[in-house]
Design a protein around this ligand. Structure first.
Ligand SMILES: Cc1cc2nc3c(=O)[nH]c(=O)nc-3n(C[C@H](O)[C@H](O)[C@H](O)COP(=O)(O)OP(=O)(O)OC[C@H]3O[C@@H](n4cnc5c(N)ncnc54)[C@H](O)[C@@H]3O)c2cc1C
Length: 380
C-alpha cells in the first residue's frame, strides 16, 4: 500500500472503472482523497478472458493490498514450460522471483480480478456511477468543472482519464495525442477448463507460424493465446466462425494446446482482436486533467504488462500527489517517472511482434523478451 496521505488535492474524479481507474481510486481514497468513479458501462463488466499477471504486476497488486486474494482466486507459479509447437518439451524455466514472498508469475480470469478490485473500491465507500461519461471539462481557479452525460455536473481538484485506449477524456483535453497504431498482428484467446495433463506451469509453444501460450488462471481455468498476422476478415467473424478459425489455426499444435484444440466447445469464450499500441506524446496532463493506463500507454500483450503498467501508474500518481504540495509538480513528477518505463514496454512489445511477423529466430525473440522482463523487474 502507498501509505502516504495526500494534501495536494481533496477531491478527484476518475473516468473509467477498469484496472487502471480502480487502482487509482483505491490508491487515492486510501490516501484520504474524496474520489468519485464513473464508468460508461451500465453493468461495470469486463469480458471473459484470462489475464497473465507477471512478477512486476503482482508486486504492484501487493502494494495495493490485493495480492492474497489474487493468489487465492487466481493461480501463481515460479516456473514456465517451453515446448516446440508439436508438444515436445524443450525447457522448464525458473522465472525470477523479484521480491521475497512474491510469486514469479501467474494468471487470473479477468472477471475474477475485476470483482476483487470492485470489492476493494466498495470497501472504501467510493461512490461509483455507471452508464456515465464526461461530455465537457473546464478548469477555472484551482479546480475542474465536469459535465456528465446525464446532464449533472461536479467540481474536482483533479480529473483522471483512465477510460481505455479509446479515451474520451483524451479526445476532450489532449489534442496533441492520437489513436493507437495497428501492429499487424491479431490475438486469439480462448478461456477453457484445464487440460487433464496440465500442471500449474504456464506454457509457451515455439516453432510454428503462430506463437501460442497457455496461462493457468485458477483451479480449473486456463486461457490459451495465439498470435497471427492480422487478417481484416477475421475481425468480423460470427461466434461459430471464430471457433472454426481458431481450431484451424491450432492444427499444428501438440501438448496441452493440442488438447485444447481437440476439446474446445462452442460454449467456451473465444475472442479475436487486432493489436494496436501507442505511447502518447508528452505532456500527459493538461492543467488538472491527467491520463493513465491504456488512455496514454497502450501496449500489445507480448510482455503481458499492460495491466501491470496501469496499476503501477496509479500507484505512482498517488505517491507523487502525496509527495508534492503543488498539483502541477506532482503531475510532472508522475509523468517523468512513468514515461521511459512505459516506452520500454511498448517499444519492446512492438519489436517482439514485428520479429514474429518477420519470422525472426526464436533465440532473438527470446532475448528481447528476457531483456525487457529483466528491466521490468527493476523497482518502478
Ligand atoms: C489481446 C490483449 C491481451 C492482453 N493481455 C494482457 C495480459 O495478459 N496481461 C496484462 O497485464 N495486460 C494485458 N493486456 C493489456 C490490458 O488489458 C490493458 O493494458 C489494461 O486493461 C488497461 O487498463 P485500463 O484501466 O487503462 O483500461 P481498460 O481495461 O480498457 O478499462 C477502461 C474502463 O473505462 C471505461 N470507459 C471506456 N470509455 C469510457 C468513457 N468514455 N467514459 C467512461 N468510462 C469509459 C470502460 O468501460 C472500462 O471499464 C492485454 C491487452 C490485449 C488487447
Amino acid at each position: 500500500m502507498t501509505g502516504e496521505n495526500i494534501s495536494s488535492i481533496a477531491s478527484a474524479l476518475i473516468v473509467g472503472g477498469g484496472i487502471g481507474g480502480m487502482a487509482a481510486a483505491i490508491s487515492l481514497a486510501r490516501a484520504g482523497v474524496k474520489v468519485d468513479l464513473i464508468d460508461l458501462d451500465p453493468d461495470w463488466r469486463v469480458y471473459g478472458a484470462g489475464i497473465t499477471i507477471t512478477g512486476p504486476t503482482l508486486r504492484a497488486y501487493s502494494q495495493l493490498g490485493l495480492l492474497d486474494r489474487i493468489k487465492q482466486e487466481g493461480a501463481v507459479t515460479d516456473h514456465s514450460r517451453i515446448r516446440l509447437f508439436n508438444g515436445q518439451i524443450l525447457r522448464v524455466l525458473d522465472e525470477p522471483v523479484i521480491e521475497e514472498g512474491l510469486p514469479a508469475t501467474g494468471g487470473i480470469m479477468r472477471p475474477v480480478l475485476h470483482r476483487i478490485m470492485q470489492d476493494a473500491v466498495r470497501a472504501l465507500d467510493i461512490p461509483v456511477r455507471l452508464g456515465l461519461t464526461v461530455t465537457a471539462l473546464s478548469e477555472t481557479g484551482d479546480a475542474v468543472d465536469a459535465t456528465f452525460s446525464d446532464g449533472s455536473s461536479g467540481r474536482y481538484d483533479l480529473v483522471i482519464g483512465a477510460d481505455s485506449v479509446f479515451s474520451g477524456v483524451r479526445d476532450l483535453c489532449f489534442p496533441h495525442m492520437g489513436p493507437a497504431q495497428p501492429t499487424g498482428q491479431g490475438c486469439w484467446r480462448i478461456s477453457i477448463r484445464k487440460p487433464p495433463e496440465q500442471d500449474n506451469m504456464g506454457e509457451f509453444y515455439f516453432g510454428a507460424e503462430a506463437p501460442c501460450g497457455i496461462t493457468i488462471c485458477g483451479e480449473d481455468a486456463v486461457y490459451l493465446f495465439l498470435l497471427t498476422p492480422h487478417v481484416e476478415r477475421e475481425e468480423h467473424l460470427s461466434d461459430d466462425e471464430l471457433f472454426d478459425h481458431l481450431q484451424a489455426h491450432l492444427a499444428p499444435f501438440g501438448g496441452n494446446a493440442g488438447w485444447i484444440r481437440d476439446n474446445m466447445t462452442r460454449a467456451d469464450w473465444i475472442n479475436y482482436r487486432p493489436l494496436a499500441a501507442v505511447l502518447q506524446p508528452r505532456p500527459w496532463s493538461n492543467g488538472r486533467v491527467v491520463l493513465l493506463g491504456d488512455a496514454v500507454h497502450a501496449t500489445t500483450p507480448h510482455l503481458a504488462s499492460g495491466a501491470g503498467m496501469a496499476v503501477e501508474s496509479a500507484i505512482v500518481l498517488a505517491q507523487e500527489l502525496a509527495r508534492n504540495a503543488s498539483v502541477n509538480a506532482a503531475l510532472q513528477a508522475y509523468e517523468d517517472r512513468r514515461f521511459d518505463r512505459c516506452r520500454d514496454v511498448i517499444e519492446s512489445s512492438v519489436a517482439i511482434g514485428q520479429l514474429q511477423l518477420d519470422h525472426g529466430r526464436p533465440d532473438q525473440i527470446a532475448g528481447l523478451i528476457e531483456g525487457a522482463l529483466a528491466r521490468l523487474n527493476e523497482p518502478f
